[in-house]
Design a binder for this molecule. Structure first.
Ligand code: C5P
Ligand code: MG
Length: 223
């Protein structure tokens, strides 16, 4: 942006987001650990050509990136099921979005600087939500996969047999459930109060949940 426009925006206190909501569609995907966010996202990618960005995956990649100054911090938060300071996660998402837009993609929603993103496992805490909406891009909606702790626990323990994840064990899972209830539920309630949540019961089979998720996303894209 030319410096003069920056200056005017500053004086008028206009917030300029990195990505224009009119061109870039963002859908947040939330739900407890093991609710099926990642699984459903991969189906929705097939349906609609989204770029799927999992905040947890980006954090794990950063944790293992050589020379990262955040490796230890991220590792500790993940093991303890606590939330990584938002600046780290927001920046990783912003960078990944910029890269995808720069690269461009074939298919619906990606011509002329446009793009569509499923942001999975984010925002997990109110400060992340406010910062992202204000500085990065306004989200169109939250897709909320809800089910019982019993279902989530069974799925996570099953996944833990092969995932190699340091947090798919009973002790970490308990902590992650606590963080979800105490820190992430208020985020979902915040968006619910704005009328921006599509809640989907994700207790059923992958296929049945997918049908509902697809319909909810179609409704948003048609708006
Ligand atoms: O979404 P996923 O289960 O892969 O996230 C794993 C961990 O990454 C979380 O338990 C948390 O420690 C961290 N995380 C975070 N902020 C996010 C997403 C994930 O701190 N928005
Ligand atoms: Mg996931």
């Amino acid at each position: 942006m030319p410096a003069i426009i920056d200056k005017i925006a500053q004086v008028l206190h206009i917030h300029k987001q990195t990505f224009d909501h009119a061109k870039v569609t963002v859908i947040f995907v939330l739900g407890g650990p093991g609710a099926g966010k990642g699984t459903q996202c991969s189906h929705l990618v097939q349906d609609f050509g989204f770029c799927h960005l999992s905040a947890g995956d980006l954090l794990r990649a950063e944790q293992h990136r050589e020379g990262s100054q955040f490796g230890e911090l991220i590792q500790n938060c993940i093991k303890e099921g606590t939330i990584v300071p938002m600046e780290v996660t927001v920046k990783l998402l912003e960078n990944a979005m910029a890269a995808a837009l720069k690269e461009g993609r074939a298919g619906d929603g990606w011509a002329d600087g446009r793009g569509r993103f499923l942001i999975d496992g984010f925002p997990r805490k109110m400060d992340q939500a406010l910062k992202f909406d204000e500085d990065v891009c306004k989200a169109s909606m939250v897709l909320f996969f809800s089910t019982t702790e019993e279902v989530m626990l069974a799925r996570l323990l099953e996944r833990g047999k092969t995932s190699g994840r340091e947090d798919d064990n009973a002790e970490s899972i308990k902590k992650r459930f606590n963080t979800y209830k105490e820190t992430t539920m208020p985020v979902i309630e915040h968006y619910r109060s704005l009328g921006n949540v599509a809640e989907i019961d994700s207790s059923a089979s992958v296929e049945a949940v997918h049908i509902e998720a697809k319909a909810a996303v179609q409704k948003i894209l048609d708006k």
